[in-house]
Ligand binder design. Structure first.
Ligand code: PLP
Ligand code: 3DJ
Length: 420
């Protein structure tokens, strides 16, 4: 039988390449790409380590050469090093929907998970400094619920926090949480997006359910901050943490952040009180007296070089609307999935990422056989994603610098690798 299609009909590849060009032409965020150091690889690993904003090296060089090299100790005041954690916290705040004065930057995400979770249990029980104000103390609450699908560090820290507070730890998928909440639940630690599948969890709904049970919600925003609107204040989140080296492009090991809702701050009793969280750090007093506000979330000397690299990196967000970022992220992941469906023969990959926009973060996870080897070959061919054991290919879409042409090329090269 002859082919009924007209001879001039373009292949799906030509169509998709044309569409990618059109989508890139219409993309209001496309101009942002020039603000990053990128080469001709397709970089889809910004959900692990964000790309370098081009102006950061000069700013860091100034911090090293002038602030450290010439001003030395004077820089704690003159270069405003001392106040960097709260100042940069206020730069992160609008990106996660928080009013100023509720975020401090510092330490790793793991350390901040520990602070937030232990403090949440103490808050609910009315323990600690000024304890019991603002509500009924619930000393009998002795359960911490943790997302069973979490990035491992949160699970490990939750185990330790449970041991230290005398709580039992209940690992559950986020969908199972509402039904499991009860009068003994103290705190619930959840991920806004699943690091493996890219599934977005219902932060407003789950936070409301946790509150209805009289418990507190702690959210890990590592995979959503800088990728979509979070709305911490709007949704009444109690405590939140996140890293800054993924979608916020702060650099390898850049400091994490801790959000403490304003109404909880005067009762926030950190399990890691350090001299930087003291009301009078240079008083060098033997007894601890917590500082006011979110400063209580600080611990020791801030890691200034990383922190000021992050501060510089945050400039790329000036004038960027998180709604535009979300719209592009969804369009990119939709388009990538469409290209994968068009190029990759059926049955070779299975998407673990939900189709529904309301359930999708900013990455696509594809399950396939030999995923580790497939990712190695993709990287050799200039498409950088990552592999998560045992069988997941992860592709992160950072709307500030990933283009639709990148998405099309990644799917095309994936098909070539899988067919070779
Ligand atoms: C959800 C989540 N939490 C925490 C971490 C890591 O925390 P840390 O910054 O302490 O390495 C990661 C990734 O590294 C993560 O994906
Ligand atoms: N933090 C990382 C690191 O220090 C080395 C390599 C990877 C990472 C990551 O961020 C992994 C990431 N959280 C993940 O979602 O898998």
């Amino acid at each position: 039988m002859s082919d009924p299609r007209p001879a001039s009909r373009p292949s799906p590849g030509v169509d998709l390449r044309i569409q990618a060009k059109e989508l890139d032409r219409e993309d209001e965020l496309a101009v942002k790409r020039a603000e990053f150091v990128l080469d001709d690889t397709v970089y889809l690993d910004g959900n692990s380590l964000g790309a370098l904003p081009a102006h950061v090296p000069d700013r860091v060089a100034d911090v090293i050469n002038r602030q450290w090299g010439r001003l030395r100790i004077r820089s704690w005041g003159e270069s405003e090093w001392w106040t960097a954690p709260e100042r940069i916290g206020d730069r992160v705040a609008p990106l996660v929907g928080a009013a100023p004065g509720q975020i401090v930057v510092g330490d790793s995400t793991s350390v901040n998970v520990f602070k937030a979770l232990v403090a949440a249990v103490r808050l609910v029980r009315g323990e600690g400094e000024g304890g019991g104000s603002g509500g009924e103390p619930h000393a009998e609450r002795d359960e911490i619920i943790v997302d069973a699908t979490t990035f491992p560090t949160d699970g490990y820290i939750a185990q330790s926090a449970a041991r230290l507070t005398g709580c039992r730890l209940t690992p559950l998928t986020p969908a199972e949480v509402p039904a499991a909440l009860g009068p003994r639940t103290a705190a619930v630690l959840l991920n806004h997006a699943d690091y493996r599948t890219g599934r977005l969890h219902d932060l407003p709904g789950l936070t409301a359910a946790v509150h209805a049970a009289g418990a507190l919600a702690v959210w890990d925003l590592c995979h959503t901050a800088g990728a979509l609107p979070v709305g911490l204040d709007e949704h009444g989140v109690d405590l939140a943490v996140g890293c800054t080296y993924k979608y916020l492009n702060g650099g390898p090991g850049s400091p994490a952040y801790l959000y403490v809702r304003r109404e909880l701050q005067d009762r926030f009793d950190s399990p890691l009180p350090g001299w930087n969280s003291h009301v009078e750090p240079f008083g060098m007093r033997p007894e601890f007296e917590a500082a006011d506000g979110v400063l209580r979330g600080r611990v020791g000397t801030p890691d200034i070089l990383s922190m000021l690299a992050l501060e510089a990196a945050l400039d790329v967000w000036d004038g960027v609307s998180m709604d535009a970022v979300r719209a592009k992220s969804l369009a990119l992941t939709d388009f990538f999935l469409r290209c994968v469906a068009a190029y990759v023969p059926q049955g070779l990959v299975e998407s673990l990422t939900p189709d529904a926009h309301a359930e999708r973060g900013s990455q696509v996870a594809l399950r396939c056989e030999g995923a580790g080897d497939v990712m190695k070959r993709l990287i050799e061919r200039g498409v950088v994603g990552d592999f998560r054991a045992p069988d997941v290919l992860r592709f992160g879409f950072t709307p500030l610098y990933v283009s639709f042409a990148d998405a099309e090329r990644a799917a095309r090269v994936l098909a070539e690798v899988l067919e070779s």
